[in-house]
Design a protein around this ligand. Structure first.
Ligand code: FES
Length: 215
């Protein structure tokens, strides 16, 4: 019998879904003020203890896409107006916006809005982060040395393609934020390192070949 992957927490107005394949335990949900998520409570997520708007706001904080909301009420999520990639310090690429992660399963709707993508090369759940960067001792503060061509005309779909044994290609309007939150790069095409070996992170410089990176 296959292990349950997605857990549903029903509410009168809106349901919350938690996908354990994607959760990297950043804690935005349990640290949020209010009682939507309470560790140790059964069930730990109770949508009816707060307003629908509050449910949406808390779910929207989840950087990995593990949390989504919606359900039979017809309530749905809407993507950010602007597509962004945050190059997190010693961690994954935190992507937000109107996303299409090529190859992601149909039953993983959260990654249509938010995703944490591996950039250390060690995740066992590629292209998604599984926190392997910690045990791997991955270090990169998230500096971004380029500015892009600034060809950027708003939102629209951002497609992410993971090249076999190579980088992540981002196609679509995109703003990149450095590890300190600086708005660093704008454009509509980027190839970002996911092997952990580039000398020009977060961009791919071809080092994946010499490093023998296997995705
Ligand atoms: S994917 Fe890391 S250098 Fe190309």
């Amino acid at each position: 019998m296959s292990k349950k992957k997605v857990f549903r927490f029903p509410g009168k107005e809106i349901d919350v879904f938690w996908d354990q394949r994607l959760c990297i335990h950043i804690g935005e949900c349990v640290q949020a003020k209010g009682d939507l998520f309470v560790l140790g409570r059964d069930p730990w997520c109770q949508p009816d203890v707060t307003s629908m708007e509050s449910v949406r706001q808390v779910v929207d904080r989840c950087p990995s896409g593990a949390l989504t909301c919606g359900g039979e009420s017809g309530a749905t999520e809407t993507p950010d107006d602007e597509n962004t990639v945050s190059v997190t310090c010693n961690g994954p690429l935190a992507v937000r916006g109107d996303l299409r992660i090529e190859g992601s399963p149909d039953d993983m709707p959260g990654v249509g809005f938010r995703a944490a993508l591996c950039r250390c090369g060690k995740s066992a759940n590629k292209p998604f982060c599984d926190n392997s960067h910690k045990s791997a001792g991955f270090e990169d503060y998230g500096a971004v040395g380029e500015t892009g061509d600034e060809s950027h005309d708003g939102g629209g779909k951002l497609t992410v393609t993971a090249f076999p044994d190579g980088p992540l290609q981002f196609s679509g309007n995109l703003t990149m934020l450095s590890g300190t939150g600086r708005k660093a790069w704008q454009g509509n095409k980027a190839f970002l390192c996911r092997c952990g070996h580039s000398k020009n992170k977060p961009f791919c410089d071809g080092s994946h070949k010499g490093a023998g990176f296997k995705s």
